[in-house]
Design a protein around this ligand. Structure first.
Ligand SMILES: Cc1ncc(COP(=O)(O)O)c(C=O)c1O
Length: 366
């Protein structure tokens, strides 16, 4: 039966492309009749969640008839200690994604402007468009490093937010501490810099900053962090933001009271204290990243050196067909078209055997 109504959604929805999460394992298994499929497409932690988080979730189950702590106060205390900030400089959210939406809701009026690096994480644009704001894309340089002067040049008296993603998804490149400081000092104090440091734990560069030191210094900056990557908790949805107290208060005003469920809160608390799991996870990525570079080089393929748990690989004009053929061999990666990079794919760093399988499949195809 066809719908019988004339209900109109907001006009802005017509301009908004929904987030494309990439194909799930089960779909590729069904489509190609494959048993063994590996997903190297969502930058998840291949080691799984911290065992301590699983234990904490199990222990919290009998209390599920209670509402969660609306303020996530225990978790905030643990995060505050780990990041050497005050609890009132923190907000805990349903993943980093929710924080991006909340920031958009808290700070953007229609026709305000938002500066967004390009290519980068799609949710910045989504949040801005949702509020009727105007997105000013600033291309990265040809080597995918940040073009600091171009970012500053894009700022007008309507600019409310400047997004910076470091390490940047999908390129793996970083904004250096010196560059961030330069930007913060050059910008008017009414502009909020949102530094998305979702992948900060995978960096090895001494020039990197996760931005928290600038929060401590009182700059108008919000740092986004997530439990979905190094902490291996993507499925339970927890992220957090670190910013000066006044900025946090504005964001808290628009959040729904029980945005982070009880299991997510206890899991995150356990995961942040599981240093062994965090260390293993970062060591794995750092070692495998290098091994993947070697293999890609042997195959004669270009790639961008990454400070993250994924690598942007240049496959040339055949990229789309290689991406599709990888899928028929049970290897899911992300095709670059969504970022306007039709000659690239982004591959998440997996377990050694998964990375070997990716390289072997790639070798067979090309
Ligand atoms: C750059 C970046 N920021 C934020 C997120 C959001 O992560 P989550 O909502 O799972 O916390 C992601 C997820 O892929 C990301 O790549």
């Amino acid at each position: 039966m066809s719908d019988n109504n004339e209900v109109q959604a907001r006009k802005v929805l017509q301009e908004m492309t929904p987030y494309s999460p990439g194909k799930p394992i089960w779909e590729v298994q069904r489509e190609w009749g494959l048993k063994e499929v590996i997903k190297l497409a969502s930058n998840e932690n291949p080691l799984g969640p911290s065992p301590k988080a699983i234990e904490a979730i199990t222990q919290a189950l009998p209390e599920l008839h209670r509402y969660p702590d609306a303020d996530a106060s225990k978790l905030k205390q643990v995060i505050a200690e780990a990041y050497e900030v005050e609890a009132k400089q923190l907000i805990v959210t349903n993943g980093g994604d929710e924080l991006i939406t909340l920031v958009s809701e808290a700070f953007l009026d229609a026709s305000d402007e938002v500066v967004v690096p390009d290519p980068s994480f799609s949710e910045y644009r989504f949040g801005a468009l949702l509020m009727g704001a105007v997105v000013k894309n600033v291309p990265l340089k040809s080597d995918f490093s940040y073009d600091v002067e171009a970012i500053l040049a894009a700022v007008t008296n309507r600019t409310k937010l400047v997004y910076l993603c470091s390490p940047n998804n999908p390129t793996g490149t970083i904004l250096t501490k010196a560059e961030l400081e330069y930007i913060l000092d050059a910008l008017p104090k009414r502009v909020l810099v949102v530094l998305d440091a979702a992948y900060s734990h995978y960096t090895t560069s001494t020039e990197y900053t996760n931005g928290v030191e600038f929060v401590r210094k009182g700059y108008p900056i919000l740092v986004i962090q997530t439990f979905s990557k190094i902490f291996g908790l993507a499925g339970i949805r927890v992220g957090f933001g670190i910013a000066p107290e006044g900025i946090i208060q504005s964001i808290v005003q628009v959040k729904e009271p029980f945005n982070v469920n009880t299991l997510a809160q206890v899991a995150a608390m356990a995961a942040i204290g599981d240093h062994e799991h965090v260390n293993q996870s970062s060591q794995l990525v750092k070692a495998e990243r290098l091994r993947l570079y070697d293999s890609l080089r042997l195959l004669g393929l270009g790639y961008t050196e990454s400070m993250s748990n994924f690598i942007l690989v240049e496959l040339g004009l055949e990229a789309k067909s290689i991406y599709e053929r990888l899928m028929t061999k049970g290897v899911i990666v992300r095709y670059g078209q969504i970022w306007g990079l039709p000659q690239h794919v982004r591959v998440s760093v997996g377990l050694p055997a998964d990375n070997d399988r990716f390289i072997k499949a790639l070798q067979e195809i090309i």
